[in-house]
Design a protein. Structure first.
Length: 401
């Protein structure tokens, strides 16, 4: 009997946490947020904190899109290594982007404490190891780039990795002190509940159908036949922005993840460490707040959800096979296996800012493995946008860069 679930682990673990009504009347607000995942919930929090009247809508139940499928690894490391990003956009933009992600982890911790979150935020180190001998040169270059930029990193030899983590067949790696994990699905729901008490209005199962731009405001028409009059729109729709913006600015990828109970004595220090490697696509691991082991990888181009989900069995075997390379004697009993879709940009950076074809609007699109930390940076940027101020990272995160 196959009892494995093909639904995202976080969705099943948490269940339907909170339900909100669909829109059944015309509404007005300063800021309309389209998209009720972790990004939308963070931006809503910032807008409420800044004193605006805010409405948030989502075409699904709250957080039932990518937020339910995220692995919620909070890293300052961007998918493009620092030394390569420096070559692409210059040292200032590269270092500041990395620092912004690092600062975002600290801010999530403070926010978790402020709202008295039970979403399992936990500080962790991050191990980035070379899976092949040929990867060592680039990884050492990355180590030097991070160290010279002030990040707290240490080089570990393959012997040290075996001793500290029990991983075989590695060729050295970078151990970073900055990292964390959280249950983003749970956290996003908590943020919404917290801000509803402060005046945030939420309508789920409410899909934006059309926007008409007026002088000084937008009229947003939704599937229930009603409309919302908003001075500004914040689009927090992740990879679904491809349906709105026609130019080719992001590639859609499918990623796969599996979860199992864990033998703690076999995985040394795994509960306090995020793990990923230099494979392309890379393998990544973390523990969950209820003591399970989550492993992901096997990323490939996204075509449609049906084809993506048909690959679950194949991808599960691939991920377990990769795990066997570093833990040959470990038997992984899969309890959950699921797939998610995410966006990947050419430079690993998000798109946060205005788009010329969308008046009175901003986009906060945190793509790649840093979607959550980029979204936290988006809170600061959105706050400045509303005051007609600029942000240091705007030139690096803008459309058409």
């Amino acid at each position: 009997m196959d009892l494995k679930s093909n639904e995202p682990f976080w969705l099943l673990k948490n269940g339907l946490m909170t339900s909100y009504p669909s829109l059944k009347s015309n509404e007005e607000c300063d800021v309309l947020i389209v998209g009720g995942g972790i990004t939308g919930s963070l931006i809503a929090h910032q807008m409420i904190e800044d004193g605006y009247s805010v409405i948030l809508i989502d075409k699904r139940e709250l957080c039932n899109g990518s937020t339910s499928a995220t692995t919620s690894m909070l890293q300052y490391e961007i998918d493009i290594p620092l030394y390569q990003l420096t070559e692409m956009i210059g040292r200032k933009g590269a270092v500041e982007s990395y620092k912004a992600c690092s600062d975002a982890i600290d801010r999530i911790e403070k926010l978790s404490k402020k709202i008295r979150s039970n979403a399992g935020f936990k500080r962790k180190k991050s191990l980035y190891f070379a899976s092949k001998k040929k990867d060592v040169k680039g990884l050492k270059e990355e180590y030097e780039a991070r160290k010279s930029s002030g990040f707290n990193v240490k080089w570990l030899s393959e012997t040290q990795i075996l001793k500290d983590f029990g991983f075989e067949n590695t060729y050295g790696g970078i151990l970073s002190q900055q990292g964390a994990s959280i249950d983003a699905f749970h956290f996003a729901h908590e943020l919404c509940e917290y801000n509803v008490k402060k005046g945030l209005k939420i309508f789920d199962k409410t899909e934006m159908i059309n926007v008409e731009y007026r002088r000084g405001f937008n009229e947003v028409f939704v599937n229930s036949g009603f409309k919302i009059r908003a001075k500004k729109i914040m689009y927090c729709v992740g990879y679904e922005s491809k349906n709105l913006i026609k130019e080719d600015f992001v590639d859609l990828k499918s990623t796969f993840a599996i979860v199992s109970e864990i033998e703690q004595e076999t995985f040394k220090n795994i509960a306090s460490t995020l793990v990923w490697n230099t494979d392309d696509p890379y393998l990544y691991m973390r523990t969950t707040d209820d003591g399970r082991l989550l492993i992901g990888g096997g990323d490939e181009d996204f075509y449609d959800a049906k084809k993506r989900d048909a690959l679950l069995d194949k991808k599960e075997k691939e991920i377990v096979k990769t795990l066997k390379k570093i833990k040959p004697d470990y038997h992984f009993y899969t309890d959950f296996v699921w797939a998610g879709t995410f966006g990947e940009t050419k430079d690993g950076l998000p798109y946060i800012g205005e788009h010329k074809k969308f008046k009175n609007s901003y986009f906060v699109l945190g793509f790649g493995g840093n979607g959550i930390t980029f979204s936290v940076t988006g809170m600061e940027m959105a706050s400045l946008f509303m005051k007609n101020k600029k942000h240091l990272l705007s030139p690096y995160f803008k459309f058409g860069r």
